[in-house]
Design a protein around this ligand. Sequence first.
Ligand code: ADP
Ligand code: ADP
Length: 229
Amino acid sequence: KSIIRIRDLHKSYGDTEVLKGIDMDVYKGEVVVILGPSGSGKSTMLRCVNRLEEPTSGHIYFEDTEITDKKTNINEVRKHVGMVFQNFNLFPHLTAKKNVMIAQEKVLKRSKEEAERIAIEQLQRVGLGDRMDHYPDGLSGGQQQRVAIARALAMNPHVMLFDEATSALDPELVRGVLDVMRELAREGMTMMVVTHEMGFARDVADHVVFMENGVVIERGAPDEVFNNP
Ligand code: ADP
Ligand code: ADP
């Protein structure tokens, strides 16, 4: 059964149609990697999934909930749909640990003690057990991105969305973030990943989707799509 279902999704900005009827299914435990040139609508599609963008028409479902239904409480959906952005979006005045605690306390109403316990656990999981009391500006971009991943994981998401999570990083810092993503995939996390990392797509994806100009132009298992002439 699919966790995320996208049906005939359209999105326009004024006269410009950026998504022209996207259909997609993401099944439990599956990693779907979305590839395509800049401007093809990948980020817009992902942002429609947690309603950072309002689609012009079409339907998106998360499990049995229609995300695109105006009556759906999107904050309930966002508790289960973790998102990692290109630019980390950490609070600069909070330590790594506090950054991972704050949404747990505010959104999930976890106690400080429980939020702290889970923050420590998740920061260790992404390899930052020795950086928990550092502020973002004392961390490399790759470490900041791993804090952002830990923050998303602390919410116990059913699915994780990654929007160009490594694109803002210096080349030598990309690997650590991809390693964390590979490990999540191995543990069975359901993931939608927009990336330019072809190696990651080839090795980790269960399903690859190529977008161009607002439509899906090709899709399939990596060994199918990458061997096509
Ligand atoms: P990708 O992620 O594939 O690079 P995007 O989804 O970011 O593509 O963008 C698709 C197209 O939509 C681009 O042409 C971009 O300029 C346009 N676009 C994105 N956001 C907006 C916006 N808020 N207003 C107008 N155009 C936008
Ligand atoms: P991304 O790397 O996620 O594609 P962009 O740098 O393209 O992000 O866009 C950053 C922000 O600017 C987004 O909120 C996007 O919706 C908006 N945006 C992108 N393209 C345009 C555009 N042509 N006109 C207005 N806003 C845009």
